[in-house]
Design a protein around this ligand. Structure first.
Ligand SMILES: [Zn+2]
Length: 342
C-alpha cells in the first residue's frame, strides 16, 4: 500500500539522540518561537503530521484535541509516555499518502520536520488539504535547499547540486531539501493560500552554538525570522497557510461514504465537516475513513466504543471497513492503519 516509499522511524532513538542529547536546544527554541507566532490562539481539532515522540505537541495547548500522526508506532509510544493517554490526544499510525480521515475534519494541521522525508511532497500536501476544513490553518516547516551554506558550498565548487533550481535534492536516502518557490507552487496548487513565511535557524553552526549562549542565539533568530517575508536563505522555513480553493466543490456523499451508508454516516456534508460537537470516545470513530476504499464510517467489532484510555482491555480491539471488509488494529491506544490485519 505504501507508495511512494515512507521514511520509517520505527525503533529509532531519534528523540533521544537528535533532540535530547544532540545539541539541538537552539533549533528547538527557534521552532517554538516560530510556532507561537504562527499558531491560532485556539481551536478544536489539530492534526500533527509526523508527530514523532510528541516534542512539539505541548505547544498546541490552545486546541481542544490533537491527533498525533506518525508512520512509526514506536515513536507514538514515546509520545504516549510523554503526554499520557487521555481523550485529549489521539494516536494514529498511518501513511501520509493515504490518510485515514474523513474530508474536512480538522480546523488546523502542522507538519514540522516531516516534509523533509517526502519523496512525493505534492501528493502528501494534497492529502493534508483534503482533511482540512475550508479556512483551516496549516503550518508547514520544510528544509530549504537554497540556504546560505549550500549557496557558499556551490559557489566554492564543493557541492554538485545547484541550490537555485526548483527540483528537490535528496542528500541522503529519503532526506530531501526543497526550493521555497517549488513549495509555494505545490501549496497553491493543492488549495492553500500562504499567509506568512518565517525563516528559522539562521545560526545553525556548530561553532556559534558552542561559543554564544543559546538564549542569545535564539533571541537573534527571533528577530531575523521576520525576514522570511523578504527572502529565504535559512536551512529551515516555516509557512502558515489557509485552506482555500475548494469551497465551491459540492459535498460528495461518495467521497467518504457509500450511498447505502449515508444515513449511518449522516449526510455527505457532515462527512466532510465532521467536527464533533462534543468530545467523547465514540466521536473518535467518526474521524476515520477507510484509507483503501474511502468508505466512512468505519466500525468497531465486538465493542460499542473504542477504548483509548489507560487500563482498557483492548487487546483484540480493531476497526473494520463495512464496505471492503479490511481491518486495522487498535493496540495500546494506537490506531494502526499501516497494514490491514486478518
Ligand atoms: Zn474500505
Amino acid at each position: 500500500m505504501t507508495t511512494p516509499p515512507v521514511c520509517d522511524y520505527t525503533d529509532s532513538d531519534y528523540q533521544a539522540s537528535f533532540w535530547d542529547s544532540g545539541g539541538r536546544e537552539y533549533e528547538d527554541r527557534c521552532e517554538a518561537i516560530a510556532l507561537k507566532r504562527l499558531l491560532p490562539k485556539s481551536g478544536k481539532l489539530l492534526l500533527e503530521l509526523g508527530a514523532g515522540a510528541g516534542r512539539n505537541t505541548p505547544r498546541y495547548a490552545g486546541f481542544e484535541r490533537v491527533v498525533l500522526l506518525d508512520y512509526s508506532p514506536t515513536q507514538l509510544e514515546q509520545a504516549q509516555a510523554r503526554l499520557g493517554r487521555s481523550d485529549r490526544y489521539i494516536y494514529v499510525a498511518a501513511d501520509v499518502y493515504s490518510l485515514p480521515f474523513v474530508d474536512g475534519l480538522f480546523d488546523a494541521a502542522t507538519m514540522i520536520r516531516t516534509l523533509h522525508h517526502m519523496a512525493d511532497a505534492p501528493k502528501a500536501l494534497l492529502q493534508v488539504r483534503s482533511v482540512l476544513q475550508p479556512g483551516a490553518t496549516f503550518i508547514l516547516e520544510y528544509a530549504n535547499k537554497q540556504n546560505l551554506k549550500a549557496i557558499l558550498r556551490y559557489a566554492l565548487r564543493r557541492q554538485d547540486w545547484n541550490p537555485f533550481t526548483l527540483e528537490p535534492v535528496e542528500f541522503a536516502k529519503l532526506n530531501f531539501d526543497f526550493h521555497p518557490q517549488a513549495v509555494r507552487g505545490w501549496l497553491t496548487d493543492v488549495g492553500f493560500a500562504i499567509q506568512k513565511t518565517l525563516t528559522v535557524s539562521h545560526f545553525r553552526l556548530g561553532l556559534l552554538k558552542r561559543l554564544v549562549p543559546i538564549s542569545i542565539l535564539a533571541g537573534m533568530d527571533s528577530l531575523f525570522q521576520w525576514t522570511g517575508a523578504l527572502w529565504q536563505v535559512t536551512p529551515s522555513v516555516f509557512v502558515r497557510c489557509k485552506a482555500v480553493g475548494r469551497d465551491s466543490i459540492p459535498p460528495r456523499v461518495g467521497r467518504n461514504a457509500c450511498p447505502a451508508c449515508a444515513s449511518a454516516a449522516g449526510t455527505g456534508e457532515r462527512s466532510r465537516r465532521a467536527i464533533p460537537p462534543s468530545i467523547g470516545q465514540n466521536d473518535i470513530l467518526s474521524y476515520f475513513k477507510c484509507p483503501e476504499c474511502e468508505h466512512a464510517p468505519l466500525e468497531t467489532v465486538g465493542r460499542d466504543s473504542i477504548p483509548p484510555t489507560a487500563g482498557s482491555k483492548e487487546k483484540n480491539s480493531y476497526l473494520t471497513c463495512p464496505s471492503c471488509k479490511r481491518k486495522w488494529a487498535v493496540r495500546g491506544g494506537i490506531y494502526d492503519f499501516r497494514e490491514t490485519i486478518h
